[in-house]
Design a protein around this ligand. Structure first.
Ligand SMILES: CC(C)(COP(=O)(O)OP(=O)(O)OC[C@H]1O[C@@H](n2cnc3c(N)ncnc32)[C@H](O)[C@@H]1OP(=O)(O)O)[C@@H](O)C(=O)NCCC(=O)NCCS
Length: 177
C-alpha cells in the first residue's frame, strides 16, 4: 500500500550557489523507503547522542526499523527533494503533521528527521523542504513547528535556528552504568 496519496508536485527554485537549477519537493511513498534508508545510514551518526551506548550496528538496524514504521503509518508524512532532471534524491524531511504538545495540547508539526545528502551540504537545499513543511503546517492551522536535536549536532541546530526555531526546553539524561 502506498504511504501517501498523490499530490501535485511543487517545483522550487533553490536559491544561491547550488549545483543544479531546479529541485522538486514531492510527497514520498513506500517505494522511496530503500533510498531514504540508505541516505539516512550515511549521516545518522552525526545526530547520535554521545551519552548513549549507540553503535554502528544501531544505525543499521535502527534505520531499518525506523523506515519500516514510517512507511506503514499514516501519522508520518515524507517530503522528498529530488533533482528534477535525474530524479536523484537529494534529501528528505519526515514530518508528523498532527503532533500534539503533551503539556498544552496545542497542535503542532513535528520535524522528525531531515537529511540532505552530504554532497549537497552547505548549499541550503534543506530550505525548499522546510518551506513546504511550513506551508503544510499553516494549511492545517498548526501553531508551531517542533524538532528535537541532539546537543552535539551543532550544524543541525544552526540550520533550524536560521529558519527561526528557538530553543524551548532542555532534555536531560543520566546514564545508569
Ligand atoms: C542538517 C542538514 C540537513 C543541514 O543541511 P546543510 O546543507 O548541512 O545546511 P547548510 O550548510 O545550508 O547550513 C548549515 C548551517 O550550520 C552552520 N554550520 C555548519 N557547520 C557547522 C558546525 N560545525 N557547527 C555549527 N554550525 C555549523 C552553517 O553556517 C549554516 O548556518 P547559517 O545558515 O546560519 O550560515 C544536513 O547537515 C544533514 O543532513 N545533517 C545530517 C542529518 C541531521 O543531523 N539531521 C538533523 C536531525 S535533527
Amino acid at each position: 500500500m502506498s504511504l501517501l496519496t498523490a499530490e501535485a508536485n511543487e517545483t522550487v527554485k533553490a536559491k544561491g550557489a547550488i549545483p543544479m537549477e531546479n529541485f522538486v519537493v514531492r510527497l514520498g511513498h513506500e517505494t522511496d523507503v530503500p533510498v531514504l534508508r540508505d541516505l539516512a545510514k550515511k549521516v545518522w551518526s552525526v545526530n547520535l547522542s554521545p551519552l548513549r551506548a549507540s553503535s554502528k550496528d544501531f544505525i543499521e538496524t535502527g534505520a531499518d526499523q525506523f523506515f519500516g514504521v514510517v512507511a506503514k503509518n499514516k501519522a508520518f508524512t515524507i517530503l522528498i527533494l529530488e533533482e528534477s532532471d535525474t530524479q536523484e534524491v537529494a534529501g528528505f524531511l519526515i514530518l508528523m503533521l498532527d503532533f500534539v504538545e503533551p503539556l498544552t495540547l496545542e497542535k503542532e508539526t513535528y520535524f522528525m528527521d531531515v537529511v540532505i545528502d552530504p554532497k549537497y551540504w552547505g548549499k541550503s537545499l534543506w530550505k525548499p523542504l522546510f518551506k513546504r513543511a511550513e506551508e503544510m503546517a499553516r494549511e492545517r492551522n498548526n501553531g508551531y513547528l517542533l524538532a528535537m536535536i541532539t546537543a552535539s549536532n551543532e550544524r543541525s541546530l544552526a540550520t533550524f535556528k536560521s529558519w527561526g526555531f528557538e530553543i524551548e526546553r532542555y532534555q536531560v539524561l543520566k546514564r545508569l552504568d
